[in-house]
Ligand binder design. Structure first.
Ligand SMILES: C[S@@+](CC[C@H](N)C(=O)[O-])C[C@H]1O[C@@H](n2cnc3c(N)ncnc32)[C@H](O)[C@@H]1O
Length: 456
């Protein structure tokens, strides 16, 4: 792959070594997998344990740790983790190793309210959610088709505390003024850091790309700043090298808002390069540049910003939710038959019922509001695929463990034979929830979402 002279010349004001960059293009990209803590509550996630877990299930993986992310590992490409049933069960997320860095420096605490402003396809959203307990993450994506994929990934991983929205940053900013403890802006960019991984990114690039992206990035970070609470932190990240899209955007924030400051990180520990000082602003060196010739991963940039505290600040309280009482009663009747779990903070969107949504979501476009419990059709509750993925086997009274062949057949959309009596059943594979099914006269009727059916 030839790197254009025009592109290499455009990097001359950065601290990148273009010869080393060119050489890094002769080497293979690194593959990364991040395990979903939601599914491994009783195992410490480390390379050896996860390798044993996979090998005990006949998947011959070799994992090695990714320095900056405890739940993330490099893996060998022969195992095709994306094609395995475990992927459908949400046990892991395939994520480029460098892309795992920004969230690790956002300092997320279990009860934080987090905003992931440019979130699709959801690698970083699911990583954030894995660090939360009573907090929640609002994952927003402006492009409708991409917001759907984001929603699917959040639901596949069985994330319970995520609201997925499809708005522009400007549409969100008035509703959530000074609201979030932590904000991630993983901005749309010219993708220069991904050229080795993705040839199309090179074809789409031209000399004007960085400037055009910068204009959009500045609009996005202005909104993000408004939504950040005093004493909150924000990470701005891209997968590109240009000064325009990185330090210049961060400098814009520092120059515009005097309550923002950059947070120090330990570059040496991880092999990150410092950011570049522009116009004599040395504090920009606190940003991190990830170069493919220094680290095992693709190119990335991130900066951690802190908004100074303001003693007089009080966050607005949440407002009451709107839900259909009759739908909740129908759901609770279903629940009392099959589970002793308790749910609250219900939200209705048409005939869809959600639980665990702690904030007012009026007047924004919501695709997922916490746990998508299911749909009420003619006064009957139909539990959802997402709901099944939030459950552990012992949280549902009626379960059926499938063989590998049966699980694959169910994912294709076929029925499964059973001697269970009629009613809802939680289907599991290797004790992990796959989906609900409805037993009717010795057959489990297929409820695997049509848009997810596939041949594995
Ligand atoms: C780098 S990607 C995000 C990747 C994601 N954080 C992840 O880890 O999976 C940037 C996203 O920003 C979205 N985007 C594009 N224009 C935007 C805008 N004006 N405001 C907010 N987001 C935008 C893109 O559609 C894209 O999905």
């Amino acid at each position: 792959m030839e790197l254009e002279k025009e592109f290499l010349d455009s990097l001359k004001n950065t601290n990148i070594d273009t010869e080393k960059l060119k050489e890094s293009f002769t080497k293979k990209q690194f593959l990364g997998v991040r395990f979903n803590r939601q599914k491994f509550k009783n195992i410490e996630i480390n390379a050896q344990n996860m390798q044993n877990f996979m090998q005990n299930n006949d998947i011959l993986c070799k994992f090695s740790p990714i320095l900056w992310c405890n739940d993330g590992f490099y893996y060998n490409e022969e195992v095709r983790l994306g094609k395995h049933i475990f992927h459908e069960l949400g046990l892991y997320y395939l994520q480029e190793p460098s892309a795992m860095s920004p969230v690790e420096f956002l300092d997320i605490k279990p009860n934080d309210f987090v905003l992931d402003l440019c979130a699709a396809p959801g690698g970083k959203t699911t990583q954030i959610a894995n660090k939360l307990e009573n907090g929640f993450v609002l994952a927003n994506e402006i492009v409708p088709s991409r917001a759907k994929i984001l929603c699917e990934n959040v639901q596949r991983l069985g994330i319970k505390n995520c609201i997925v929205t499809n708005n522009s940053p400007q549409e969100l900013e008035n509703k959530f003024e000074c609201f979030f403890d932590k904000i991630l802006v993983d901005a749309p960019c010219s993708g220069e850091g991904m050229f080795r991984k993705n040839n199309d990114a090179i074809l789409e690039w031209n000399i004007n790309s960085p400037k055009q992206c910068m204009a959009r990035q500045i609009e996005i970070v202005k909104s993000a700043y408004k939504m950040l609470k005093p004493n909150g932190k924000m990470v701005y990240s891209t997968c590109t090298f240009s000064l325009e899209e990185n330090e210049t955007v961060v400098k814009f924030l520092l120059d515009s808002f005097d309550d923002l400051e950059l947070v120090e990180i330990d570059h040496k520990k991880y092999g990150f390069e410092n950011g570049v000082a522009i116009d004599g602003n040395d504090s920009l060196k606190k940003s991190a540049r990830l170069y493919p010739y220094n680290i095992d991963g693709e190119g990335h940039f991130f900066a951690v910003l802190h908004k100074k505290d303001n003693d007089s600040f009080v966050r607005r309280n949440k407002q009451t939710q709107k839900f259909n009482k009759q739908h909740v009663a129908i759901f609770e009747k279903f629940l009392s038959k099959y589970s002793s779990n308790k749910y609250d903070n219900y939200v209705s969107i048409g005939d869809y019922l959600y639980a665990g949504c702690p904030v007012d979501i009026d007047r924004i476009k919501v695709l997922n509001a916490g746990i998508f419990l299911g749909e009420i059709k003619k006064d009957v509750f139909i539990p959802s695929w997402h709901f099944s993925h939030t459950l552990e086997k012992d949280e549902f009274k009626n379960t059926l463990e499938l063989s590998e062949t049966q699980a694959k057949q169910y994912i294709m959309g076929l029925e499964v034979d059973t001697n269970l009596s009629d009613g809802w059943v939680l289907l599991t594979y290797k004790d992990f929830s796959l989906c609900f099914g409805k037993v009717v006269a010795g057959k489990v009727k297929n409820h695997y979402p049509k848009y997810l059916r596939k041949q594995l």
